[in-house]
Write a protein that binds this ligand. Structure first.
Ligand code: KQY
Length: 370
């Protein structure tokens, strides 16, 4: 595997949209007891359901530790590949490689961004994180893809979305947070995104989801559903702190155009009623450095926007909330060629993310003509 110190833009590579064809998907088996309640048993069931739904239309690889390899192998269908690889936790979106393609040659490479557990010693969520940070390079090697060394720039895959036609979006609350790249200005961060994702325009939404411990990843609040169209997590409850956040994002999105000069069509995706931690769930979590990671009544960052688009389906979180069906109806309309597969996601959400956060697509190697 060759390591490049140039950027994808310099070499003619770009990040395809999630709705472009995939070769497969990467996931990481859950294990740590301060993220996943009751020895991660309930989370493993949910991860296996997500992996199985994705595996209906693309190749899924799940990384598991030495200790968990046999359990993962036993709980996952035979067509899913399990490989042993060390990690600190299970957020493939954030530290598996972001893959880029070259339009003319169809060659694929990965990007190895720096990962510091969502804020390092400033406001990161665990320490150490070095095993997570080493996964992108190892996964590029596994897939026989060369790799861009971007270790001088802290970025999680969940903090960006692209439309595949020159536009990226992110949130100010996350990318401008002090725990990531405090030495870089907003303009310098934008230039990094343009270089690494090979986009012409970056849209900066002000906020993510209330209480999202990633400083508000874009992948929980807003997602492109096709070029020029996106869904935005929405509540009609003006007393909910989320209301002002979604409203500010909505106003911003209506005020901008994408890289092709289009006004965006924004579809409001309802939020479920606030999802909060139960006492017995908190009791099932190990403490971190002597302190509980969750407290009873704590609101979790539940959102239907955290879905994964596979080749033939959209795998969407379900919370057993009346809004589940409305969210599924809206997404079905926006993805007419794909099946909607809801997965009950409370046991993923307790870890701090959702279906999009635990998956990373591997774009199909193909020559593209536009
Ligand atoms: O991408 C994410 N949403 C991951 C959050 C990790 C939280 C760790 N407990």
């Amino acid at each position: 595997m060759k390591i490049y110190h140039s950027t994808p833009k310099q070499d003619g590579f770009f990040m395809p949209a999630e709705y472009a064809p995939h070769e497969g998907c990467l996931m990481i088996w859950p294990e740590r007891g301060d993220s996943w309640q009751y020895g991660a048993f309930p989370a493993r069931k949910a991860f296996a359901e997500v992996a199985s739904a994705i595996a209906e239309s693309e190749k899924v690889t799940v990384c598991a530790s030495f200790e968990q390899y046999d359990t993962a192998r036993e709980m996952l269908p035979a067509k899913i590949r399990v490989v042993e690889m060390a990690s600190d936790d299970s957020w493939a979106r954030d530290y598996a490689p972001v893959f880029v393609l070259n339009r003319e040659t169809g060659i694929r490479r990965g990007i190895d961004f720096s990962f510091n557990a969502w804020g390092g010693l400033e406001d990161g969520l665990y320490f150490p994180w070095d095993k997570d940070n080493r996964m992108a390079k190892k996964l590029c090697d596994l897939y026989e893809n060369d790799c861009y060394d971007a270790q001088d720039f802290v970025l999680e895959g969940g903090s960006i979305h692209v439309d595949g036609e020159g536009t990226a979006m992110t949130t100010e609350s996350c990318l401008l947070s002090r725990g990531r790249n405090p030495e870089l200005s907003k303009e310098e961060i934008e230039e990094k995104l343009k270089q690494y994702l090979n986009v012409e325009k970056v849209l900066w939404l002000p906020y993510g989801i209330y209480q999202d411990e990633t400083n508000g990843h874009i992948d929980n609040i807003c997602a492109f559903t096709s070029p020029g169209e996106a869904v935005l997590a929405w509540t009609e409850d003006q007393n909910d702190p989320q209301y002002a956040m979604s409203e500010a994002d909505y106003e911003y999105l209506l005020s901008v155009t994408d890289a092709r000069g289009r006004k965006l069509k924004i579809h409001k995706l309802p939020l479920p009623a606030p999802v909060t931690m139960k006492e017995e769930e908190c009791e099932g979590l190990l403490h971190m450095d002597g302190k509980p990671t969750r407290t009873p009544g704590e609101r979790l960052a539940a959102s239907y926007v955290n879905f994964y688009i596979s080749n033939q389906a959209v795998i969407v979180p379900a919370f057993h909330d009346p809004a589940d069906l409305e969210a599924q109806r809206i997404l079905k309309e926006l993805f007419p060629g794909r099946e909607l597969i809801p997965v009950y996601a409370r046991n993923i959400l307790i870890g701090g993310g959702n279906i999009h956060c635990i998956t990373q697509q591997i774009p199909a190697v193909q020559k593209l003509d536009n």
